[in-house]
Design a binder for this molecule. Structure first.
Ligand SMILES: NC(=O)c1ccc[n+]([C@@H]2O[C@H](COP(=O)([O-])OP(=O)(O)OC[C@H]3O[C@@H](n4cnc5c(N)ncnc54)[C@H](OP(=O)(O)O)[C@@H]3O)[C@@H](O)[C@H]2O)c1
Length: 350
């Protein structure tokens, strides 16, 4: 089968080669999917450059975190998935930009009937991550105010919609004027283009100086530090990602004094469902040691999916397929993502 492999580190056009590789065999708790679509994740850009330490396998490896397709084979314990149309993510968050993709049953969900393959592909990570952040970890309540960074992006566009669906007031940031109307159409009440104004000042102005209850932060670095100036007492700042520079992942950022005087919570959010002892993490998931890795349970994943499908059926959220690219052009799609020009999810069709 054909698969896009990272063969050296560099820009996507240099790092990636489309190669013939053996079809993987599903092991216990794994499925094999005939993929019809995968999507671009910002982490894959970092993966090409070799600077994403969370997923940094030995070269060469097949890039790609998630896909949609039909289950054609299943390992022991995963037989119930045979024949189903699913969204899935592979062991270690790799392998999805291929014709056939290995998925972990714990990270597999039925593709909602009302979505076509591209829409289903665009649904999985953004909405699960936004839900885990805003609801499971962020305890968002109706009537609260939420600040969403990178709001036009794949994950951000889902966070805006979910926050609006929960009855929150949504303030969103974007980095270009053409994204403003798009994010408003998703339900944001205030959209700040941070190229024109300092976003922290704009947020305080939009809230009459009060600030926000929850900040959904997939950008990191300086944006995180400036966002902390906008949090109310009892506020929740969600550390979701580091699009402004993945190196920030390893840099200590907040002193105890900032937390003590701020009287707010700094909260990490990871999208991984896994039934395992809390610290019993296979090496491939955490090549850089962390004090503790706490994935969510598969039971949480099933509950999150059920709630999301309910919202989808009620027409209160919708996956955003920003652009579609043919399988052969993955490096072009990732370069476009790197240029920050993309809105919603970029879908790679077979
Ligand atoms: N915690 C988890 O389990 C998990 C899982 C998946 C993804 N994530 C994270 O979620 C975030 C969003 O991922 P995505 O795939 O949906 O990407 P995306 O939001 O579609 O693309 C990244 C966006 O970040 C914004 N950005 C702000 N400063 C930037 C900078 N200096 N360089 C590049 N981009 C910058 C850009 O939008 P503007 O120019 O409009 O600001 C850009 O379009 C990423 O940080 C990713 O790592 C976390």
């Amino acid at each position: 089968m054909r698969a896009w492999q990272v063969v050296r580190h560099g820009a996507p056009s240099e790092a990636l080669e489309l190669r013939d590789v053996p079809t993987p065999e599903p092991g216990p708790g794994e499925i094999l999917v005939e993929a019809s679509a995968s999507v671009c994740n910002y982490n894959e850009v970092d993966g090409c450059y070799g600077r994403y330490l969370t997923i940094d396998p030995t070269l060469p490896y097949t890039l790609g975190m998630e896909c949609v397709g039909r289950v054609v084979a299943a390992g022991p314990g995963a037989e119930a998935w045979l024949g189903k149309r699913v969204t899935t993510s592979g062991p270690g968050g790799t392998g999805a930009h291929a014709e056939q993709v290995l998925g972990s049953a714990a990270m597999t969900f039925e593709a909602p009937d009302r979505l076509d393959d591209a829409e289903a592909a665009a649904f999985f990570y953004p909405f699960h991550l936004a839900h885990l952040g805003l609801h499971e970890r962020g305890r968002l309540a109706k009537g609260e105010t939420v600040l969403v960074h990178a709001a036009a992006g794949g994950v951000g566009s889902a966070a805006v919609q979910l926050a609006a669906a929960a009855g929150a007031r949504v303030i969103a940031t974007v980095g270009s004027q053409d994204k403003v109307g798009f994010v408003e159409s998703l339900g944001a009440d205030v959209v700040v283009n941070y190229r024109d104004v300092e976003f922290d000042k704009a947020v305080l102005e939009a809230t009459g100086g009060r600030g926000v209850d929850v900040c959904f932060d997939g950008v990191g670095g300086d944006v995180t530090m400036r966002s902390l100036r906008c949090l109310v007492q009892g506020g929740r700042h969600l550390i979701v990602g580091f699009a402004s520079g993945i190196e920030a992942e390893e840099v200590p950022m907040v002193s105890g004094r900032v937390l003590c005087f701020g009287n707010f919570d700094l909260i990490g959010v990871i999208l991984t469902y896994l039934d395992a002892p809390p610290s019993g993490i296979p090496g491939e998931y955490a090549p850089v040691p962390v004090p503790r890795f706490n994935p969510c349970s598969t039971e949480t994943g099933r509950r999150v999916q059920a709630h999301l499908v309910e919202l989808l059926e009620a027409g209160r959220i919708r996956p955003v397929v920003g652009e579609r690219f043919p399988f052969d052009t993955l490096p072009v799609a990732l370069a476009r993502m790197e240029s920050r020009a993309t809105m919603g999810r970029i879908v790679i069709e077979r």
